[in-house]
Design a protein around this ligand. Structure first.
Ligand code: GRF
Length: 231
């Protein structure tokens, strides 16, 4: 199979983008990042892309009259760059069908909770506030809802005595990096299958042929299954 041609959308730090770039450089992910697109100027993720020699674009969302016109400009930039798959790596905007219809079942998001628990912003704080004992991260395909699309893979992370937002977010982030790279490598291997909803109102399902997509509890931050990967 040819390498995945990725467009990566960011809004900030870009550590998940870095995990993708590192995995590609190390030969662990058969992909090319065609474009890094940010809705915020001057963010760390853009500097990471520039250091890796990846083309970047900034589309400040405030410059657009509405979501559809922002999304149409993003689609045009991604197509022009040759991206055929899109990764949302800390991209803090909802996408409309203008965007999603241009890349059907080809937009992947990483979210720092075990969805469907704690969608939306600050999932780590939501988990702490709720008092759950186990949280984690999810890689899923994006649909028009907030963190509602078909789940590809999940990794579990325990909440430890004394955890605060930052300690928990840091431990989840280690898993995010590994899980995102792993999910993309399954896609690059052609293992992803998306089944349409079985009945009206049911959900589309995503399956990855032949691999275990439920990664176990990462005591202290790193699941045995992921040792030696990511970050
Ligand atoms: C990550 O926790 C990601 O799951 C969430 O936003 C954060 C982005 O981090 N959607 P980074 O920009 O990849 O470092």
């Amino acid at each position: 199979m040819p390498p995945l041609d990725l467009g990566v959308l960011i809004s900030g730090r870009g550590s998940n983008l870095q995990a993708i770039l590192d995995a590609i450089a190390a030969g662990r992910l058969d992909a090319r990042v065609r474009l890094v697109l940010s809705n915020r100027p001057g963010v760390e993720g853009l500097a990471r892309a520039e250091r890796a020699g990846i083309p970047t674009r900034v589309l400040p969302h405030k410059d657009f009259a509405d979501r559809d016109s922002f999304d149409a400009a993003a689609v045009a930039a991604l197509r022009e760059a040759g991206a055929t798959w899109v990764v949302l790596a800390g991209f803090m905007r909802l996408l409309t069908t203008t965007f999603l219809d241009a890349f059907p079942h080809r937009v992947v998001n990483i979210h720092p909770s075990l969805l469907p628990s704690f969608p939306g912003v600050d999932a780590q704080q939501q988990a702490l506030d709720h008092g759950v004992r186990i949280t984690g991260c999810t890689v899923h395909l994006v649909d028009a809802g907030t963190d509602t699309g078909p789940i590809l893979a999940q990794a579990a992370v325990p909440i430890l005595e004394g955890d605060d937002h930052d300690t928990l977010a840091a431990r989840i982030l280690v898993q995010e990096h590994a899980l995102l790279v792993r999910a993309l490598s399954w896609i690059a291997d052609g293992r992803l299958e998306v089944s349409p909803p079985a009945a009206p109102g049911a959900r589309a399902r995503a399956t990855i042929a032949g691999v275990d997509t439920a990664l176990g509890l990462a005591q202290g931050g790193r699941a045995p299954e992921l040792a030696g990967e990511g970050a």
